[in-house]
Design a protein around this ligand. Sequence first.
Ligand SMILES: Cc1cc2nc3c(=O)[nH]c(=O)nc-3n(C[C@H](O)[C@H](O)[C@H](O)COP(=O)(O)OP(=O)(O)OC[C@H]3O[C@@H](n4cnc5c(N)ncnc54)[C@H](O)[C@@H]3O)c2cc1C
Length: 350
Amino acid sequence: MLGAGIAGLTATRALAGAGLSVRLHEARDRVGGRLLSVTHDGCTVDLGASWFWPNEPLVQKLASELGVSTFQQALGGDAMFEADHRGAHRMEGNPLDTVSGRFAQGAQALAIRLAERLPEGVLRLHDPVTRVHVNDGAVTVEAASGVTTARHVVVAIPPALAVEAITFSPELPAEVRTLAERTAVWMGDIVKAVAVFDKPYWRDVGLAGAAVSHRGPFREVHDHSGPGGSPAALLGFAAAAPFDGVSPERIGAAFADQLRRLFGAASATPRHIHVTDWSAERYTSPRAVSPRAATTSYGHPLYQRATAGRIHWASTETSAQNAGHIEGALWAGQQAARAVLDAIGATQAT
Ligand SMILES: Cc1cc2nc3c(=O)[nH]c(=O)nc-3n(C[C@H](O)[C@H](O)[C@H](O)COP(=O)(O)OP(=O)(O)OC[C@H]3O[C@@H](n4cnc5c(N)ncnc54)[C@H](O)[C@@H]3O)c2cc1C
């Protein structure tokens, strides 16, 4: 198994649960991939995914199984709108009002708790995979920790990153390689910033903590407070390209500046600002993003069948349902595990 994001962890759990011997190689020193929750001064916030939606049963079932408590995203109040340099104004109601849920312990808790439940010795952190070789009867995986031989390999890594960072031999069929290169990494071109405050002061004046800004650099702002408003926090999304080479401190300062414009002087003094530029994360985004990368190839039929009979695809981008979301990653992980079990069952039957 390549990648201990939520898709790889899901597939690993299913395969290990079916009694197979599985090895899960993870490049980073942590599990979760694009689920990343950080705690500072006792306040936990999400720098990767944070929401799930009512039409997503897999994620709700997983949270309940793992004892990760959930709560509703706060939406009440008015939003702010900033068209240009002439200043922000208040809009009646909150256009960013889709009902959604959040994870009280942070979204990464899903991945951490899944990893804790894996059999000992399955997960290898700090273990980037660099080569996958398919021969007649097996797959050989080369990782930092050494070489492993297996019957099947699941690539639970965004396809565009996998084909850039991993050498496949023999070469992947041209149609698969081209598809992978052109499959955009979901949110891979985004900067997310979270500012933590003493209290959700915007709520005192009937504001939702939400904003739409055409001036930027942050285009969308949402309330990111925990249950009952604690910790109090606002999050922002910005396109990563304009921040190329800019330090997290300067990005954080730009976010604080914009919050002050949008919500008034109290926002000038957050207790802490966290910033993650996902385009600069070498284990999320490829260095050379194809100019043709798009989301239209998500869940493509080529991702639903094994390449060379032994390479299975399982990141959220490959999912035929809810691709891009945590829900899609869970679906892809389950699907890949089923495909491996089917293939092994077929082998054993012959
Ligand atoms: C800022 C942001 C906000 C988001 N908001 C939401 C949201 O609110 N709701 C929602 O549903 N979704 C959201 N998403 C998307 C969600 O995070 C993803 O759908 C999901 O986490 C993807 O899981 P995955 O396992 O498919 O991929 P990843 O999480 O990307 O996992 C891939 C794993 O592979 C590892 N890896 C990479 N290269 C190698 C290698 N060579 N060898 C070994 N391991 C390797 C990585 O370190 C990583 O752990 C958001 C994403 C971001 C970045």
